[in-house]
Design a protein around this ligand. Structure first.
Ligand code: NAD
Length: 464
């Protein structure tokens, strides 16, 4: 934007662990929207004029630049989002892959020949359809994967020849802004991506703009609903929340199941849309699973995310940590039993395990998005499937079993966008289709799928 820091309001970005200021960014408001739209229109023309090989080169170069600065990016993620440094490094590696996949996609998916002669009457026609950019895409992203979730929107959008207005979370915008800088350094015309930092007022004002053709949103259900109410006639991609179940059958490899579920529950301090929230365990192995799970959870080191030895960092804000503390307290007042954890120090909430959580407690049926997990025994496979499906969230699920028959049965009957066999719910590969079943989930990320969503077919038909 043309404003200088001196003219515009700025917004401090805080380190969730110690409250120190780690950055200062220009804050846009609804009043800036006309200027943002003018620039995005310029970007639209520039983006569609880029030949596919240039889009691919830019994305490949950006991937190489992120690679060469990977430790800087990892430290930035840790500083602004509180992810542990080891987890942040994994996110950087995934971002590099997402950009490389996007570079590949820029060279594919150009369209198809249409078989006009497949039905009588059109045999004298020939033609094809091309995949054309949509124009301007509004990308709105959350705080929890502040780099790779941004790459999942910018990469496919650029590959498809679109301009993007990017509104990252105001709580953790620095990694997103650095990624935009890298794309520009790699040769992207500056107007193609317009990054803007602001809160819900800015988001809402942008959402209503008629010349935006698509909103690609990742965040919570309530925000998704607010966006869809305001959006009008636009394409919507909605990647929303989760409350993932994992089923552990008695024939599972117990050690592997415990280890994967501990990681799945507490990765990124549980602030993970596919994080494991409910573990359903067949009764004969319940006691053994619980003992091992509680022992491994208690051994996790919660603390400074910059410390290489830390397993669990802080939540994004102290308010978020207070929120989960209250959620757990309410479940305990309703009869849930605490097995370990439930201690808070500022924004740090110690990994927490409960059992006997009532099924009408918010901790069971809502998204916790926090380092807390519930254990629940079951007697039959049918009961486990019913419990897995009982909540209104459906992003990912997992099952541990050595029976191929049961594994396949589970993949067929669990209502989720992804069912992981012998893995926790927390597995994602950046090239796979990613999104939820059930209420609210629209579209799929995973580069090829987002690329398709971000294009529109144009038919050419020749009458011979
Ligand atoms: P959030 O919904 O509070 O905010 C997400 C983004 O929306 C932010 O940039 C925010 O500023 C913006 N926003 C808020 N109100 C808006 C409005 N009225 N109009 C337009 N934009 C608005 O989510 P969060 O707390 O940042 O992230 C956590 C949520 O994101 C969880 O529910 C989590 O499950 C979900 N999530 C989903 C995925 C996925 O891929 N499915 C991935 C990560 C996180």
């Amino acid at each position: 934007m043309s404003k200088s820091l001196a003219e515009a309001a700025t917004c401090a970005v805080f380190n969730p662990f110690d409250g120190s200021i780690v950055g200062d960014v220009l804050l846009a408001t609804a009043a800036d929207v006309p200027q943002i739209m003018v620039r995005a229109e310029q970007g639209r023309a520039l983006a569609r004029a880029l030949p596919r090989y240039r889009r691919a080169q830019i994305l490949e170069t950006a991937a190489a630049l992120v690679q060469s600065r990977s430790e800087h990016f990892a430290c930035q993620i840790t500083a602004e989002a509180g992810k542990t440094i080891r987890q942040a490094r994994k996110e950087v590696t995934r971002c590099i892959n997402t950009l490389k996949l996007s570079a590949e996609e820029a060279k594919r998916g150009a369209g198809e020949v249409i078989p006009f002669d497949a039905y009588a009457g059109s045999e004298n026609r020939m033609g094809w359809f091309t995949r054309e950019p949509l124009g301007i895409i509004l990308a709105i992203t959350p705080f929890n994967d502040p780099l790779n979730l941004v790459a999942h929107k910018l990469g496919p959008a650029i590959a498809a020849g679109n301009a993007v207005i990017l509104k990252p979370s105001e709580l953790a915008p620095l990694s997103a802004l650095s990624l935009v800088d890298v794309l520009i350094e790699a040769g992207l015309p500056t107007e193609v991506v317009t990054p803007v930092v602001g809160g819900p007022d800015l988001g809402a004002a942008l959402v209503a703009m008629r010349s935006i053709r698509m909103i690609s949103f990742t965040g919570g259900f309530k925000t998704g609903e607010a966006i869809s109410r305001l959006a009008g006639l636009k394409k919507l991609a909605m990647d929303l929340g989760g409350n993932a179940p994992v089923i552990v059958m008695a024939d599972a490899a117990l050690d592997k199941a415990v280890e994967a579920c501990v990681s799945g529950a507490f990765w990124a301090a549980g602030q993970n849309c596919i994080g494991t929230q409910r573990i359903l365990i067949e009764r004969p192995i319940y006691d053994a699973f619980r003992a091992a799970f509680v022992a491994q959870t208690s051994a996790l080191r919660a603390g400074n995310p910059q410390d290489e030895a830390t397993d669990v960092g802080p939540m994004i804000t102290e308010a978020a940590a207070r929120g989960v503390e209250a959620l757990v307290a309410r479940a305990m007042a309703a009869g849930a039993r605490l097995l370990t954890g439930h201690k808070r120090d500022g924004g740090l909430y110690v990994p927490t395990v409960l059992e006997a959580v009532p099924h009408d407690a918010a901790l069971w049926c809502q998204e916790a998005f926090a380092p807390v997990v519930t254990l629940e025994p079951f007697d039959s496979f049918d009961d486990a499937i019913e419990m897995a499906n009982a909540v209104d969230f459906s992003l990912h699920a997992g099952i541990f079993t050595s029976s191929l028959v049961l594994a396949l049965e589970a993949t067929n009957r669990i209502e989720a966008g992804g069912v992981m066999v012998n893995d926790s719910s927390d597995y994602r590969f950046d090239a796979m289709p990613f999104g939820g079943f059930k209420y609210g989930s629209l579209g799929r990320e995973g580069v090829r799928f987002a690329y398709e969503d971000m294009t529109q077919p144009r038919v050419v038909c020749i009458n011979r």
